[in-house]
Each structure stands twice: as C-alpha cells, then as structure tokens.
Design a protein around this ligand. Structure first.
Ligand code: SF4
Length: 131
C-alpha cells in the first residue's frame, strides 16, 4: 500500500485535536482528512515518521522556504514538540509502520506527558477523553 510521510505531531494529534482550519484551504483539509482516516480506521497503509516538513505541511499555506511559519509555533518550535512526541511514542525518525500499528501504538501511549504538561491546545483536545 502507498506510503505516507508524516511528522510526529501529525501522526499523533490529528485524531484527537478537532479543529477546523478553513484558512488553510481545501487541499490542506483533504490531506488532513486522509490522515484522520488513516489513523482512525485504515489498517495497511505504510506510514513513515519523519523529521521536519511532511505531506501535510507541503499543502499548507504557512509553509514558506520549506519551513513552518505558523504564528503559534514556527519550524524550530514545532520540531521541538515533535522531538518530545516521538520520544513519548518510543520510536525513531525513519520508522515505518502500518496505519493499524500506528493506531494501536497511539492508543497505548496516549495521553503523553507532553499532552498533560506542555501542549498549548490541551484544553480543547479530546485526547484526555480516551483515558
Ligand atoms: S494534547 Fe496536544 S500533543 Fe496531546 S494529542 Fe492533543 S494536540 Fe496533540
């Protein structure tokens, strides 16, 4: 099955953080939905976890000069969060697993310490409902 490349917070958070971001355009929304479907219900798609700009960032208007320039967290900040999330998942950059295996790992590990202690969206995130 086709491989998708995603940074840690896009693998981990998409199924929990239910925010709509119409400003980012229809292509962004479409890829965002693909990720949600992948992590929530798909089983066999190969998903690689990568550092930096990924398949969702590539269709985001906040991406400039190959870096995230979002006001709530630019590429440097986001890479730090990604680094903590990937540690919490206990995997390494470059790891490839099926969508089903990612789902089971996320279910086993969530919520992360990062969710409880550091995340700026924790008050609106559904990750704590799955505890
Ligand atoms: S609390 Fe933050 S880090 Fe945790 S799943 Fe929600 S958005 Fe992601």
């Amino acid at each position: 099955m086709e491989k998708m490349q995603l940074r840690p917070h896009h693998v981990f958070c998409e199924r929990f953080l239910k925010v709509e971001l119409p400003d980012r355009g229809s292509e962004f929304e479409q890829v965002q939905q693909e990720i949600k479907d992948l992590i929530e219900t798909d089983e066999d798609t190969q998903v690689k976890i990568i550092e930096g700009v990924d398949d969702l960032c590539k269709v985001c208007p906040d991406l400039q000069d190959d870096r995230c320039q979002n006001l709530f967290g630019n590429e440097d900040a986001v890479r730090k969060w990604d680094g903590i999330i990937i540690k919490g998942l206990d995997v390494s950059y470059g790891e490839i697993m099926t969508s089903g295996d990612w789902r089971r790992l996320i279910e086993q590990k969530s919520p992360l310490d990062f969710c409880r202690n550091r995340c700026q969206w924790k008050s609106i995130c559904t990750v704590f409902k799955s505890v």
